[in-house]
Design a protein around this ligand. Structure first.
Ligand code: 5GP
Ligand code: ZN
Length: 117
């Protein structure tokens, strides 16, 4: 997708702090980290969101889950991490290229969600 910022990051057209890359996925530091470890792990091929995946995407989705722990541990979150995939309007997704947030650090990330009043 020519106007997608994460596709441009994969292509090297927008700079990023890369932490991992293989044939299917690319990982880089979030520009506005919310915890000491905050990495974005994305498919190299454009997929808009988890609401846009098909069976052909199973290999890349599996790879994302399979490499997340190693990326977290090598980037300051050795004792676990939280994986978050915001999806669409309800999920609060801002960038329409599927991405897994890998969030952590030396301290627990905190409660998963706060209750809506
Ligand atoms: P979302 O809300 O879509 O799940 O998360 C998008 C994330 O992308 C945010 O945490 C935001 O800080 C990050 N982000 C947006 N634009 C850029 C960028 O150009 N470079 C990097 N490294 N992160 C970005
Ligand atoms: Zn894209």
């Amino acid at each position: 997708m020519s106007d997608c910022i994460f596709c441009k990051i994969v292509a090297g057209e927008i700079p990023s702090k890369k932490v991992f890359e293989d044939d299917l996925v690319y990982a880089f530091h979030d520009i506005h980290p919310l915890r000491p470890t905050h990495i974005l792990l994305i498919p190299k091929r454009h997929i808009t969101s988890l609401a846009h995946v098909g069976v052909e995407d199973e290999p890349v989705l599996g790879r994302m889950l399979a490499v997340a722990h190693e990326i977290a541990a090598k980037n300051g979150s050795v004792d676990g991490f939280r994986a978050i995939i915001n999806t669409g309007r309800i999920g609060g997704q801002e960038v329409p290229h599927l991405h897994l947030h890998i969030v952590g650090g030396g301290q627990p990330v905190g409660p998963m969600l706060t209750k809506v009043q």
